[in-house]
Structures are given as C-alpha cells and as structure tokens.
Design a protein around this ligand. Structure first.
Ligand code: ZN
Length: 351
C-alpha cells in the first residue's frame, strides 16, 4: 500500500494535482530562500535565524504532505482494529446525527463508515477528496495536498508557524535593498530601465526583492491566521469538523495546555520539532475524556472501549484515562461509579 501512503487519493488525476501543488509550493520556498540569502544582504544573525526557521519549515511541510495522516493503513488504526474486532460494537453513520441534523459527540464509541463499509475509531471521519477515513480528521488542505489528520496535525501547525516566522524575518530584516527600497521599484520610471549600468542594481535586484516582499506579505497573513486558528482548535481539543457538533466537547481537558499537548506532544523542545507527538497522551483511536463528558457518556465509553484501553499509549497519569486501572491489568474500573452500576446509569440517563 505504499502508493496510498503518499498522495493518498485513489484517483490518479487528483494525485497529479496534489503533486503539482507540492512542486509549486517548494518552488516558492526555493525562491524566497535564494532571494533572501543571495540577492539581499541580511546581517549574519538574521540570516541564521531565517535559515533555521526555513529548514524547520521545509521539514514540517514535507512531513505534512507525505505522512500518512491516519488512514486505515496506519499502524495506530491496525492496532485498534486488532483489539476492536473482538468487541464489534459500532455506531452506524445514521445514528451519529442528532435531531437538528448536526453530528453528535460519541466519546469512546467506534463509528461505522457507510462509504468505506467498515468500522472506524471515534473521531475518525471520511475524507471525500482522498476517499478514505482519517483518524481525528481536521480538513483536506490543498496547500499541503494532503488531509490533515491525527498523525500530521502537529506538522501542519508547525508548517504554518515556521512559515510565518520565515516571512516575518524576510520582511523585517532584508537589507540592500530593504523592503521600503524594494517597493520603490514598483513606482520606478520605466525610462530608467535599460540604461547602461542600471540592469542589476537598479532594476533586477529591487524587482526580485519587491516580488519576494509582496509574496511574503501575503504568506505572512495566511500562515499567521492559520497558526492562530489551529492553535485555538488545539487549545479547545477540537477539529474543524468537530467544532460544529452539538453539545459540549467531551474531549476538552481542564487546561488549554493539556489540550495542546494532546496534539503537539509533551511540553518541551520536541513540541517544536516536526516529529510525531511525543507523549501526547492518546493513540489516535481512543482519547482521554474531560470534565464536560457526562456520566452516561463516560459509562458508555468504558463499556464500548472495554479491552481497547490497554492498547492506549497513555503515560498513565491520573485523570488522563479516568477509567483505566493503571497497574493491575485487570478489568478497568471507573472511579466515578462501580462497574455493576454502568448499565443502570445508562438506563437512568436515557429515561
Ligand atoms: Zn470512510
């Protein structure tokens, strides 16, 4: 399945479009890199800052574009399926919608995709562009030519962040010409162009820098906006798809930082390096529940994910998986209610 793990669409025309987008974006990055380093003359410290951010930008971008975002071929999904095959309680697609036609939260409950005709973990959604379900799907991004899902959301946020850092560095620190001088090229008298000796210093260099400056301005607005938007979603522990769902988000943990760590990994230097979320506290198929999760949802979650909780790559912190029995390896126990009361609570809250 190597072919589907890169440019995931099963449609060859879409795969070609995706490939062209990635090449165009890399071309744009290359132009910015060359123009800043070899046409303008920034100070050494700023040159180092830019090149470090540029390296991390390229790494994040390529990882977002080429990583498997969480398809059924990913290791996490396969591990979930192995455990889940013995507990095939699924929630049919039709039941995922409430009375107002809005999708409802189903914490701890496996879903079922009618398009793929297969069960899927909680928070997974079907991506129509790639024709497959994706773990904790956020959206399909044409700029990275890939779906943003559980495995590459961190890389996507870092792409936006480092993109904004690069553009800001270019705009503030370009020298000989500065941004202001380069923009003078736009109002230059066309008669000046072509005079002997004016070719490079007066025409070509400022022209290139003016193009770089304008592109950087646009990209700064886009990447800064996306950074803030995606950081806000991460801080609320939700996705672009989920934020329109009705009711309180059962996955939202107590603090914004706890929520951000669920996407970006444990706080520290690794949070800023585009590798898979280090100690993020979930495995992409099962997630810790927050205080807004009702007792009924919690009880149902424990019942339907029973057996699957052992596969979770949790660090076992208190409260992260409240139903998880950390050491004994025996049946998980819920501190909120005794095991035998689970069905009683479900009945109670239904009535
Ligand atoms: Zn599907």
């Amino acid at each position: 399945m190597g072919a589907t793990s890169v440019m995931h669409s099963r449609n060859s025309a879409k795969r070609i479009c995706s490939g062209i987008t990635v090449i165009l974006m890399l071309g744009f990055f290359s132009f910015e890199f060359w123009c800043y380093n070899f046409v303008t003359e920034p100070l050494l410290a700023f040159r180092c800052l830019f090149n470090l951010a540029f390296f991390l930008l390229c790494w994040s971008y390529l990882a977002t574009a080429f990583l498997d975002p969480g398809t059924p071929e990913s290791a996490e999904w396969k591990a979930w399926l192995q455990v889940h095959q013995s507990t095939p309680e699924v929630d049919e697609e039709g039941q995922a919608f409430g009375s107002g036609g809005r999708r409802q939260w189903k914490p701890g409950q496996a879903g079922f995709c009618t398009k793929c005709d297969a069960p899927r973990p909680e928070r997974a959604h079907h991506c129509s562009w790639t024709g497959t379900c994706i773990l904790r799907m956020d959206h399909y991004c044409p700029w990275v030519a890939n779906t943003v899902g559980w495995r590459n959301t961190k890389h996507f946020i870092l792409t936006c962040f480092y993109g904004a850092v690069c553009c800001l560095t270019i705009l503030c620190t370009m020298r000989k010409p500065t941004l202001y001088e380069a923009m003078g090229f736009i109002v230059m008298d066309p008669g000046e162009v072509g005079k002997p000796g004016n070719d490079y210093a007066v025409f070509i260099a400022p022209g290139l820098c003016a193009v770089m400056g304008m592109m950087s301005c646009v990209m700064l607005i886009v990447t800064f906006g996306f950074s803030l938007h995606n950081l806000h979603l991460a801080a609320c522990n939700t996705t672009t798809i989920e934020c329109s769902q009705s009711g309180k988000n059962p996955y939202e943990l107590l603090t914004s930082m706890e929520n951000i760590c669920q996407v970006m990994g444990e706080f520290g230097i690794w949070m800023f390096i585009p590798v898979l979320g280090y100690k993020c506290g979930n495995d992409g198929c099962t997630y810790p529940l927050g205080p807004a999760c009702s007792q009924m949802q919690r009880a149902h979650s424990r019942v339907s994910t029973y057996g699957a909780t052992d596969a979770v790559g949790s660090d076992g912190k208190d409260g992260v998986f409240p139903w998880k029995d950390s050491d004994s390896g025996e049946k998980p126990s819920d501190p909120l209610l005794p095991k035998e009361d689970v069905s009683a609570v479900c009945e109670e809250e239904r009535s």
